[in-house]
Design a protein around this ligand. Structure first.
Ligand code: XUL
Length: 540
């Protein structure tokens, strides 16, 4: 009998499942449920709800649960051999927090297979919505925590990141300040990842080091909750947080609810869930240095594996725990696919036309640069959305299209310099990585070859691979990470996009120009007009 492993990814816009067949080394089953389309009664747009203003972005934890159940219903309908699944792990959009009251743990323990989970859990929330990673409404709380802990460098040294609006600690503090009674009624605060893991395992699940590092609450060196950070955030916080765990820890067996209702084997193990970025690190096979990954999705991220701990004391980047037990670096952009879509819509283009324009416009874009902050941005920090243009206006169709894609990769190259490693090879993942024209631009800007995958959701695959690793490790049939990822990644490589060395100098110069544009727009730097003219004269 074959060993199957299930990886789930609860992301901003939907829930994806991937089941791997370990013996044949293939992805045996793959499916996605989209919140907007498949669960319309929550009325989300792109999986979120905007409350008050663009800065307050939440989602519904009950919707994630309903989606999980819908996924299992789908498995059943499609005769997925659930009894052969040996282990399950998962991935959650990072930073989002779920607030639960004292009914949660007993309800979980006694879930009745005859009733849908949402009916049983609906009274267990001390807050009906969850602030998610797109929320940027906690600048005040970030500042307060930062000051209490001694300033930016200190908080980076303690938690691996500066305080960020979307991070869980500042979000928890805001909840405590604005709704102190509801905070009091909260007995446990989960991340999206540990919340869904709890449902599968039928008890409160731990938060893993990968996702825990995105809270501004965990000590990045000792990997324990940090008393200073907890106290700076909210009272009695330690008692409201689950314990921390390795990402590879086996946290229990699947709850009887899923055994009875869906026919799982009661011995199916649940492995700690982690954040989507740590899962993707495994899903694209990044377990050695000199390689980096670019994920182009609702958020765009640039990340890499780190053997030794380096911190970005300038405050833009993050360090999280890697599922291997080491570290990972990450920078995150909010103006990902939604910003690209907004620009595309403004010219009424389809993606094919968009790509054709990229194909026929020259690298360097005649020096035209856009800073596309359609939404508040994380890197660099921009709280009031505004689109800045240099050398082009908003009617310049070709200029804008090329500029928004070049801007993405120029910014990634610029803001990842603290990682101190020039990647030799870049792995591309996420929905937009299917676009070869985007990746050609990335390859030339980074002057590195880019590997494209057939499969775009690497987080769910990473979760499935992690669950296999823990399963075999706990059965005295250990497998090396290297071997595990190699076997599964080979089959997915769709091709390599080669860098073109002719553009190296051009993009080195453009990087400087891009930096000057950012300095001018955001930090009162010198007008980059002269430099832009020089650039145009030199290359066009
Ligand atoms: C990472 C981040 C995003 C979310 C998206 O810090 O905020 O990539 O994890 O799901």
């Amino acid at each position: 009998m074959t060993d199957y492993f299930l990886g789930l990814d609860c992301s901003t816009q939907g829930l994806t499942a991937k089941i791997i067949d370990f013996d044949r080394k293939v992805i045996f089953y793959s499916t996605t449920i989209n919140y907007d389309k498949d669960l319309p009664r929550y009325k989300t747009k792109n999986g979120v709800v905007i409350l008050e203003n663009e800065k307050v972005v939440h989602s519904y934890p009950l919707m994630w649960v309903e989606c999980l159940e819908l996924m299992f219903e789908r498995f059943k309908k499609e005769n997925v051999p659930l009894s052969q699944i040996k282990a399950i792990s998962g991935s959650g959009q990072q930073h989002g927090t779920v607030y639960l009251n004292d009914k949660f743990s007993t309800t979980l323990n006694n879930l009745n297979p005859k009733e849908p989970i949402i009916n049983q859990l609906k009274d267990c929330f001390s807050r009906q919505t969850s602030p998610i990673w797109m929320d940027s409404s906690t600048s005040k709380q970030c500042q307060e925590i930062r000051i209490t802990l001694g300033g930016m460098e200190d908080i980076i040294k303690i938690t691996g990141s500066n305080t960020f609006e979307r991070f869980s600690g500042p979000q928890i503090r805001k909840f405590y300040q604005e709704l102190p009674d509801d905070y009091q009624k909260t007995t446990i605060i989960h991340l999206v990842s540990s919340f869904l893991a709890s449902i599968l395992v039928g008890k409160n699940a731990p938060i893993d080091y990968g996702d825990g590092a995105g809270m501004n609450l965990m000590n990045i060196k000792s990997k324990e909750w940090d008393d200073g950070a907890l106290n700076a955030t909210a009272p009695q916080l330690r008692s409201k947080l689950p314990p921390l765990a390795n990402s590879y820890d086996l946290i229990g067996k699947i709850s009887h609810y899923f055994v009875k209702k869906y026919g799982f084997n009661p011995d199916t193990i649940i492995v700690a869930w982690s954040g989507d970025n740590p899962n993707s690190l495994i899903g694209v096979g990044l377990i050695e240095k000199e390689k980096a990954a670019i994920s182009l999705g609702t958020s765009d991220t640039y990340f890499g594996y780190m053997k030794d701990l380096y911190l970005d004391l300038s405050g833009e980047g993050h360090v999280f725990g890697a599922p291997t037990g080491d570290y990972m670096s990450l920078i995150c952009y909010k103006n990902g696919s939604l910003a690209r879509e907004r620009l595309k819509e403004s010219f009424q283009l389809n993606w094919d036309q968009f790509s054709q324009i990229l194909k026929k416009t020259p690298p360097g874009n005649y020096g035209k640069i856009i800073l596309p902050f359609y939404f508040p941005e994380i890197v660099p920090l921009v709280l009031e959305p505004k689109v800045y243009r240099f050398g082009l206006d908003e009617k310049d169709l070709e200029g804008n299209v090329r500029a928004i894609i070049e801007a993405r990769f120029l910014s990634m190259r610029l803001h990842s310099q603290w990682i101190r490693e020039k990647p030799r090879l870049i792995y591309a993942t996420g929905g937009a990585s299917a676009n070869e024209e985007f990746l050609k631009i990335a390859a030339n800007i980074f002057n590195a070859d880019v590997i494209q995958f057939e499969m775009t959701n690497s987080a769910a695959l990473g979760a499935a691979l992690r669950s296999a690793k823990t399963y075999y490790d706990s059965n005295q049939r250990s497998i090396e990470w290297q071997k595990l990822v190699k076997d599964f990644l080979k089959i997915q490589e769709a091709g390599t996009i080669k860098k073109d060395d002719r553009y190296k100098e051009l993009y080195d110069a453009m990087l400087e120009l891009y930096q000057k544009c950012e300095d001018y727009a955001l930090r009162g730097g010198k007008n980059p007009e002269k430099l832009q003219k020089k650039f145009i004269k030199r290359f066009f």
